[in-house]
Design a protein around this ligand. Structure first.
Ligand code: PLP
Length: 495
């Protein structure tokens, strides 16, 4: 007997050990007062270095205790209302229960003979998501490890459809049309797929960062005149930084007219699929050839839970491969590995399944609507504040802004430096976690709101902390070197 293995003989130990894990998380989460501790990287490195992986603690309880002080204590907690940084969401309770079940059973949804009903459940969720997108019964899809993998698979399908239609084997002249706001995973996918270095061509955007249909039309003509093959237009419904939605109806009309594959990366904006107020913002997505949906961003699901869907099931065959030992072509049952880039694959769909069965889609959509409303309120707060500058009105739930020193300094180098340091200081203290990005060459602070428990008062306090930190940094004299960059012609007097 191997007492560390899960089986019908070890259910008592299973019960005790999993309970101990749940208790460790429960007691820690009740003690969490800010999204992370202020532990410095060297301190964490020393803690991890102090563990000898060849000298076990001897039992799960001691190992959990040890992990509690290494990991749980210093984790970044996405449920905390002051976690405002990236596209991470608090998670739904039924999804946690589902994860525990899926890990214990250890299903691999690659072939029917390893998964049976789990295959059918995943497939039903794909059909359900497809119907929400507005696809008909011809659609198909597969769960993936995240938006990056979903985008990679979409680009692979687009490449092979382009090859099939054009009769070209070489991808030397293939292009993907995107914007400077497209998630980097699309460019990475182009590299992985062996496309030329200049394959991703940038379509201009409007003032808010949305792809311009007129610019797309012009670029298509120019590239075609130069003998290029346009493999795909990659549109985004919810850009990572600016949270905007490309004009999907117009882009779909152009792609249909020109016979070009339209991919819509709705990794972030997919929450609108279950919104009762704003579903129309995704109108046009039903004309896409492929769509990325990240349930682990906008449906309250634990990582990993994502999918790529296609309007026409037959296009999925480009991801297929038949192995004699696993999924021979003559197999009479559905084998999801036929359309996945992975072989062994977790039953991540089960999290979404249990969430939908326990709570239904409306609760998820309402939470997404709530954070969009919150973003609008936060933008008003910022706009009314003379020492904060709002980049633009939010569309989804990201808010971009920057701190403007009270002494009136406006030089770009100083603004970049002080805003960069504000974010670093907040992260080091662990009190409020925010993100930072660059737009049109300048640094902006970013709030990504995905937690419906975050309230406007909490954000008002976070903004006060940001301003206080900015004032303190300016007062410290740290930025005197940035004092005369004056791209605005004014010259700067920092500190
Ligand atoms: C629009 C968009 N697409 C794709 C991705 C990549 O998703 P993932 O991190 O799940 O791989 C992100 C991540 O933030 C994103 O914002």
């Amino acid at each position: 007997m191997h007492p560390h293995l899960f089986s019908h003989r070890t259910v008592d130990d299973y019960d005790k050990q999993v309970r101990a894990a749940v208790e460790a998380v429960s007691s820690r989460i009740q003690a969490v007062r800010q999204p992370r501790t202020a532990a410095a990287p060297e301190q964490l490195q020393a803690l991890v270095d102090g563990i000898d992986l060849d000298r076990p603690t001897g039992d799960t309880f001691a190992a959990i205790d040890e992990a509690a002080s290494l990991y749980l204590e210093h984790a970044v907690w996405f449920h905390h209302p002051d976690y405002l940084a990236h596209l991470n969401c608090p998670v739904a309770l039924p999804a946690l229960a589902a994860d525990a079940i899926a890990s214990a059973v250890n299903t691999s949804v690659d072939t029917w003979d390893q998964s049976t009903s789990a295959t059918l459940m995943e497939q039903k969720l794909i059909t359900w998501t497809g119907a929400r997108i507005g696809f008909d019964e011809q659609c198909d899809g597969i769960f993936t490890s995240g938006g990056t993998q979903s985008n990679l698979q979409a680009m692979l399908l687009a490449r092979d459809e382009c090859r099939r239609r054009s009769g070209l084997r070489s991808t030397a002249g293939f292009c993907i049309l995107a914007t400077d706001q497209t998630h980097f995973s699309v460019a990475k996918a182009a590299g992985i797929l062996g496309l030329p270095d200049d394959a991703v061509r940038v379509v201009s955007t409007d003032r808010r960062g949305r792809m311009r249909p007129d610019a797309l039309t012009d670029l298509i003509s120019d590239l075609r005149a130069a003998g290029k093959s346009i493999m795909a237009v990659s549109a985004t419904a919810g850009t990572t930084d600016r949270g905007v939605i490309d004009p999907l109806p117009e882009l779909a009309a152009i792609c249909t007219r020109e016979g070009i594959w339209l991919h819509v990366d709705a990794a972030y904006g997919c929450g609108l699929l279950v919104s009762r107020q704003r579903r129309s913002w995704l109108d046009g997505i039903e004309r896409a050839d492929s769509v990325t949906v990240d349930y682990h961003k906008s449906f309250g699901q634990p990582v990993a839970c994502s999918a790529v869907l296609v309007r026409r099931a037959e296009t999925m065959q480009h991801a297929g491969w038949h192995a004699d030992y696993l999924n021979p072509a003559e197999s009479r049952h559905p084998n999801l590995v036929d359309k996945s880039l992975q072989t062994t694959r977790r039953f991540d769909a089960f999290k979404l399944w249990l969430t939908l069965r326990a709570t239904g889609p409306d609760l998820l959509g309402d939470a997404f609507d709530q954070v969009i409303d919150l973003a609008t309120g936060v933008a008003e707060l910022i706009d009314d504040d003379p020492v904060l500058e709002l980049l633009q009105e939010p569309t989804l739930s990201t808010v971009l802004f920057r701190y403007l020193p009270e002494d009136g300094s406006t030089g770009p180098r100083l603004l970049d430096a002080v805003n960069t340091r504000i974010r670093e200081e907040l992260f080091a203290s662990g009190r409020v976690l925010i993100a930072k990005t660059r737009i049109n060459g300048s640094s902006w602070l970013k709030l990504t709101l995905l937690n419906p428990e975050t309230g406007i008062d909490g954000i008002a306090s976070a903004l006060e902390l940001i301003k206080w930190t900015g004032r303190r940094l300016i007062g410290s004299g740290e930025f005197v070197d940035c004092s005369s960059d004056g791209a605005d012609g004014t010259g700067i007097e920092a500190a």
